[in-house]
Write a protein that binds this ligand. Structure first.
Ligand code: URP
Ligand code: ZN
Ligand code: ZN
Length: 493
């Protein structure tokens, strides 16, 4: 008997990468892709992928899972439910948030959160560290140690009463990140504008969910981006701006990148497929479409697609932030809340890839004509893996983890609340019809979803140790105030 050279061969499909598509078999040994080629020898198992697209599993770099939110509420999803839901939607790596609220010890937060992930996750994961308590121990001890241990990114909020940090602690944080070479991710909106607008609207009786969209003025995004970028430029610290929602916000980022600043940015399906009108529903129903920043206008959607095509924005994440439409979630303040009392956030970990596949591959967004598959792979897998320094993820290539989604490009699916696998109980994308669906999802050579059936098990996901990598490396171009050659010799950084 001859030994099988491969454990698994995915045969006869079209491979999609960020730079092109080609017909090839994919051979996997253990957890790793070992060969691509035509007519490869049989494996212990062969999967027929004729007429299918064989794509890297998605990397969702922004998802709130089993976390106490910026509003103080626990997400509806556990690691088990969120990662199962992710896998059903073709995602094989996720980056959730270990959240240090005020008064909490970051080291303890990380230990507790890692234990939850170890128990529940079915796909691989790396953490962002949310810092809302940048005290001396956090800055001088915990962050440097945790970064060195393999947590290469930090997240901060410039808004939300419970989480926001002001300009001075933001500078402290940027400096600490620079010293450890971690990427700083930011929820950037002008807190004062949002808070003031919210109070004015509620006081005048405008309390329905749709007024949430009005309470986050468009300018609050561009203003916070501008202030954040100025702070990052002063420290020479690379940043990632989360969930860009407006045309003006994208323009601020384009300008900064044009100046050579290391500013990365993402947007999310809710800003590409929804508008503020989605919140305009009878009663409290619009709460299901409430997230921060809110969905904007059709013209913003078009501007964001353009910004993605030009590379001003580099990734599309879900910002999965699941809350049930009941007293545990959206209605936790009772049956008659004003919009300020309703949790912000949408479930989206399962719908991110099908919505984007439909738009980019099946419908063919005009900004990406001729490279829809490549753009889909780049924006949802390859770019996030590169930016967040996950070297074995986000591509189908020998030496990479065998994280693969096999897509049926012709399958038409109507997204409904009932077809979702998370614990939120609804999806804001209910009723949308998409063409293209991931029918088999594999993590490190193991089936997690096959033909709509869950095969993965809690605990099979693995934590991904990572440094900040290339994206987090400072440019070395110092602001004049920081350069001893131009600041009278002061050494600050
Ligand atoms: O509305 C949202 N996005 N909620 C989640 C928390 C955040 O802003 O990241
Ligand atoms: Zn945010
Ligand atoms: Zn978020």
């Amino acid at each position: 008997m001859t030994a099988q050279p491969y454990d698994l061969v995915i045969r006869g499909g079209t491979i999609g990468t960020a730079s092109g598509t080609f017909q090839a078999d994919v051979a996997i040994r253990g957890e790793t892709i070992v060969a691509l080629g035509q007519g490869l020898a049989s494996g212990t198992r062969d999967i027929d992928a004729t007429n299918k697209l064989v794509l890297p599993g998605g990397v969702d770099a922004h998802a709130h899972i089993e976390q106490v939110s910026a509003g103080g509420l626990l997400n509806a999803d556990t690691f088990e439910s969120a990662t199962a839901s992710a896998a059903f939607g073709g995602t094989t790596t996720v980056m959730p948030f270990a959240a240090q609220h005020r008064g909490l010890d970051l080291r303890e937060v990380m230990n507790d959160y890692a234990a939850l992930a170890r128990r529940g996750a079915m796909i691989d994961y790396a953490f962002h560290m949310i810092v809302a308590n940048p005290d001396a121990k956090t800055l001088a001890t915990d962050l440097p140690e945790l970064i060195a241990e393999g947590h290469g990114s930090i997240k901060v909020f410039m808004t939300y009463d419970l989480m926001k940090i002001d300009d001075e602690p933001l500078l402290d944080l940027l400096l600490t990140a620079r010293q450890g070479q971690a990427l700083v991710c930011v929820h950037a909106e002008n807190h004062g504008m949002i808070s003031w607008m919210g109070k004015k609207l509620v006081a005048k009786g405008y309390s329905a969910p749709k007024y949430h969209a009005i309470s986050h003025p468009r300018g609050s995004e561009a203003e916070a981006f501008t202030r954040l970028i100025a702070a990052a430029a002063l420290i020479d610290q690379p940043i990632m701006i989360f969930h860009v929602s407006t045309e003006e916000g994208a323009a601020v980022i384009r300008t900064a990148r044009g100046q050579g600043l290391k500013v990365f940015a993402e947007t999310c399906p809710q800003y590409l497929f929804m508008t503020r009108h989605d919140l305009d529903k009878p009663g409290l129903e619009g709460a299901k479409w409430m997230c921060s920043p809110p969905p904007r206008e059709k013209s913003d959607q078009d501007a964001l697609w353009r910004a993605l095509a030009l590379g001003d924005l580099q990734t599309i994440s879900s910002d999965h932030a699941p809350y049930r439409f009941d007293e545990t979630g959206k209605l936790s303040a009772g049956r008659e809340p004003n919009f300020k009392q309703i949790a912000n956030g949408l479930p989206g970990i399962e719908t991110r890839l099908p919505l984007l596949f439909d738009a980019l591959v099946s419908q063919g967004r005009p900004e990406f004509t001729g490279r829809g598959i490549e753009a889909f792979v780049e924006l949802t897998a390859t770019a996030p893996a590169r930016i967040y320094n996950l070297p074995r993820k986000g591509a189908i290539q020998p030496g990479y983890d065998a994280d693969i989604a096999i897509w049926d490009p012709r399958r038409q699916v109507t997204i409904t609340d009932a077809t979702m696998h998370g614990r939120t109980g609804f999806t804001p994308f209910s009723g949308r019809v998409v063409t293209g669906w991931p029918e088999r999802v594999i993590v490190r050579g193991r089936d997690v979803v096959v033909g709509g059936e869950l095969k993965g098990e809690p605990g099979m996901g693995r934590w991904l140790r990572r440094t900040g990598g290339w994206a987090a490396t400072p440019t070395g171009r110092l602001a004049p105030e920081m350069d001893p050659a131009t600041n009278f010799g002061a050494s600050i950084l």
